[in-house]
Design a protein. Structure first.
Length: 433
């Protein structure tokens, strides 16, 4: 089965969307496990979610919330780009078309002034489930949900980059198939040995797409770089940023499959599943297809671990519109949806969990063999998308410049210097508004 762009939503920037298969009768009734009040019986809350298969479990389980509380949940599904644009307009205008919504965490800095603080939901909303915030591993709660001490989002869909390699290809190349690379330099060195005929050493996405930016982010941070200095001035053309651009163009591009200048996530996954790419960065959501023998030629041939050096957090949180006329009911839904019990139900139905208790649950691990690596990645040295309100636009600038350098339109130095100049100009412009 080929993974197409139509199948994958743009939201793959921060979420692996192909869920595990065969969950069947494992899904429990979370509403029976969580006692909920009837305080808001008769109210309606309008909730925005995404369009990819990862959101289907939320559609199925939200009816349980209505049965338990009497609160009707109207779900609206929009693509990644549509959701971002719609939410920014809705929140800044105060029109409150949505009472609650899922959001990619890189949007939080723009949205935080218009969102409710969820830190005290248990005290503010009688009967709200315990939020068990200490169940979120590593820095996930801070990265997904906090802005200047305000808890604007509760982690909902957990995601972190993993590194996948083809064990058979490793063995054939004289490499140890039991151990993945510990550095990106080792990725390139192994990739050279793995490149032969129609087999390539690394599935590098070099298109004008989010995954291209993600590779630069991982390499740059693993070299000790950062997006900004202590004064939040851009440092994209720092020593690490420059080395990362050179590394991608000079070390990864030569061992990547032909045609990768138009790649995003679907092409990365397809190349790995067909055996064309013997190594690749991968999001957990791709494992449903990758490990399915009916879809993947390498289903029994791959191994995985956290990405070398650092891991990049993807994922989505759930927030409440502070202008909502049904704010308490929306907060109750947010607390219920992200509670440990419902998080397990969501995961068993095919979702990507954010809680440690779910990632270590035997039933979830039985359908998600990548769970241990995901948890290790979440607990390890993680980095995030640019932590500023201009994050979405900066990511676009990163992948445009990498694409130009990989295509030979610009030199690596010109590309990284142009990136620095573009980010500086854009942030200066937005600061004056």
């Amino acid at each position: 089965m080929k993974i197409t762009r139509r199948l994958m939503s743009a939201g793959i920037l921060s979420l692996g969307v192909l869920s595990a298969v065969g969950t069947g009768g494992l899904v429990p009734s979370a509403a029976k496990a969580v006692e909920l009040p009837k305080t808001y019986d008769g109210q309606t809350i309008r909730v925005l979610i995404g369009t990819s298969p990862a959101w289907d479990p939320i559609r199925r389980i939200s009816g349980r919330f209505t049965e338990a509380t009497g609160v009707k949940v109207e779900l609206t599904a929009l693509s990644y780009t549509e959701a971002y644009q719609k939410l920014i307009l809705d929140l800044t205008s105060g029109s409150a078309s949505f009472d609650a919504f899922a959001f990619a965490y890189q949007w939080k800095h723009e949205m935080a002034p218009f969102m409710s603080d969820l830190a005290n939901v248990e005290k503010e909303v009688s009967g709200a489930p315990a939020m068990s915030l200490d169940d979120y591993p590593g820095k996930i709660l801070d990265v997904y949900g906090k802005v200047d001490g305000k808890l604007v989002g509760l982690p909902l869909l957990g995601d972190v980059t993993l590194f996948v390699w083809n064990k058979d290809a490793y063995t054939a190349a004289g490499l140890d198939p039991s151990e993945g690379p510990s550095t990106w330099a080792e990725v390139a060195d192994r990739g050279k040995k793995l490149t032969s005929g129609r087999q390539y050493g690394f599935g590098l996405p070099a298109g004008k797409s989010p995954q291209t930016a993600n590779i630069w982010t991982l390499v740059m941070h693993s070299l000790g770089g950062s997006y900004f200095d202590e004064d939040m001035k851009p440092t994209f053309n720092s020593k690490a940023g420059r080395e990362a651009m050179h590394f991608i163009v000079e070390n990864l591009q030569p061992i990547a499959p032909k045609g990768n200048l138009t790649w995003d996530f679907p092409e990365m996954l397809n190349s790995l599943m067909t055996g064309a790419s013997s190594q690749s960065m991968m999001w957990p959501g791709g494992f449903g297809a990758l490990l399915n023998p009916k879809q993947s030629q390498v289903a029994t041939k791959v191994a995985w671990a956290p990405t070398p050096g650092v891991s990049l957090l993807g994922g989505w949180a759930f927030g409440v519109n502070d202008s909502s006329s049904n704010k308490e009911a929306a907060k109750l839904y947010a607390a219920w949806l992200t509670s440990p019990e419902v998080s397990l139900e969501y995961a068993l139905a095919g979702g990507s969990p954010a809680r440690a208790s779910v990632l270590t649950h035997p039933k979830y691990k039985s359908i998600a063999p990548q769970a241990d690596a995901v948890l290790a990645g979440l607990k390890g040295d993680v980095v995030q998308f640019p932590p500023v309100k201009e994050s979405e636009q900066i990511v676009i600038m990163i992948y445009e410049e990498i694409n130009a350098a990989a295509a030979g339109v610009k030199s690596p130095d010109q590309a990284v210097d142009d990136l620095q100049a573009r980010v500086e100009a854009f942030m200066t412009k937005t600061a004056t508004k």
